[in-house]
Design a protein around this ligand. Structure first.
Ligand SMILES: Cc1ncc(COP(=O)(O)O)c(C=O)c1O
Length: 385
């Protein structure tokens, strides 16, 4: 049997292109190697500059959840209040992290598929004194994007003393955010819109966040204490925990590709790709979970069309046979649809291959779409690019 790689269309990890794979396959060197130290230093400096950060950028081994905990651990202390703005499964994940930390937790929830407004956040923050708030830029369970820029504008005007933590795991590198909007801690990880394999967390902390960390003295957490890592980020010849050498090279190559494309163009490309991709799926009868005005450019949840007869597990198994890996829905959406990423280092061929596979899987599962209908819409969109 001819085995070709399946398209990795889950919302992370995303497809890893050959030049990044090549970095992971390099001969590993000592983390004290002069060439590696220079590579690591350059990578951190570039991340900091590109995201317009006046504090420090961090790159360390771990997943997005670790970065969530790192953010909370370094800028809050037991007894302080935090407002969690949640529009899905990953927003809710902050509740446990903050409660375990001994913070006073309030949650502003938006119905799945929708998002909260800056006005709602303003009203909540006006009720008591908060040290920080968390915003999930794109919740991977709903495919909805929070109005981050507008939230930043509101905070600057109305609540300048409250520190803003942004979970940009399913956004950074695919949906726009800059630290100088007024973000205090922003984080993501390697396997999403950066298009690198899983394994690294990247976090940016503003000067204000670093000052808050300093004011806390010794914190209970050790591995991801900013104070432990700042000396390493500024001079990677220093040691706190062993850096994952090959992953750091892989991220450096990922960032090189991003710079070659240009971050602004990359964000614009994600918006264009998402629009044509969703239009193609809609032509096949699928509907997104996120309302049109809140749709994220990085991933979508597609609900099965009513009366299509499509059953989640067999459909996704057939889709995998046809060459595309997809993800099941989470929480309240489980079984009602499936999730597809459209972020990172993907191109027209990937989108065409994905829609073609979806069409075949539909027909093979008994949902008689007109073959080529989704592809036609996609192709018409792609030739306009
Ligand atoms: C928005 C968001 N936050 C946090 C996480 C957790 O990241 P990880 O699975 O890498 O720990 C995810 C994972 O998909 C996510 O999508």
């Amino acid at each position: 049997m001819i085995e070709t790689p399946k398209l990795l269309m889950i919302p992370g990890p995303t497809p890893v292109v050959r030049s990044i794979q090549n970095q992971m396959a390099r001969e590993t060197v000592a983390f004290g190697d002069a060439g590696f130290i220079a590579d690591f230093k350059g990578l951190v400096a570039e991340l900091k500059a590109l995201w317009r950060c006046d504090g420090e950028a961090f790159v360390l081994a771990g997943s997005g959840t670790m970065a969530m905990e790192m953010a909370v651990a370094n800028i809050t202390k037991r007894g302080e209040n935090v407002l969690i703005c949640s529009h899905g499964y990953f927003g809710d994940r902050f509740i446990d992290i903050c409660a375990r930390k001994g913070l006073g937790v309030d949650v502003l929830k938006a119905e799945w598929g929708t998002v909260y407004t800056p006005e709602q956040i303003d009203a909540e923050l006006s009720k008591k004194e908060y040290a920080a708030l968390t915003v999930t830029h794109v919740d991977t369970a709903t495919g909805a994007e929070a109005p981050l820029k507008e939230i930043c504008v509101m905070l600057k005007k109305k609540h300048p003393g409250v520190l803003l933590i942004v979970d940009a795991v399913a956004a950074a590198g695919g949906a726009e955010s800059w630290m100088d909007w007024g973000i205090d801690v922003l984080f993501t990880c390697s396997q999403k819109a950066f298009g690198v394999a899983p394994g690294l967390a990247m976090l940016w902390a503003s000067g204000r966040a670093l000052a808050k960390r300093k004011s806390l003295g010794t914190i209970p957490e050790s591995y991801f204490d900013f104070e432990r890592w700042i000396p390493v980020m500024q001079d990677p010849s220093k040691y706190w925990g062993t850096p994952p050498v090959n992953m750091i090279w892989a991220l450096k190559e990922g960032l090189r590709l991003m710079k070659e494309e240009g971050l602004e163009e990359r964000y614009a490309r994600h918006i264009r790709q998402a629009a044509v991709f969703v239009a193609a799926m809609e032509a096949l009868g699928f509907k997104t979970a996120a309302s049109k005005e809140n749709r994220a450019p990085t991933l979508s949840i597609f609900f099965y069309p009513e009366n299509s007869g499509l059953d989640d597990l067999p459909f996704r198994a057939k889709l995998a046979e046809e060459g595309v890996q997809s993800a099941g829905c989470l929480g309240a959406f489980a079984g009602k649809g499936f999730r597809l990423g459209h972020m990172g280092n993907i191109d027209k061929h990937v989108l065409v291959g994905t829609i073609a596979s979806v069409e075949r899987a539909c027909v093979k599962c008994g949902y008689q779409v007109e073959l080529g209908k989704g592809l036609g819409v996609l192709q018409a969109g792609l030739v306009r690019e």
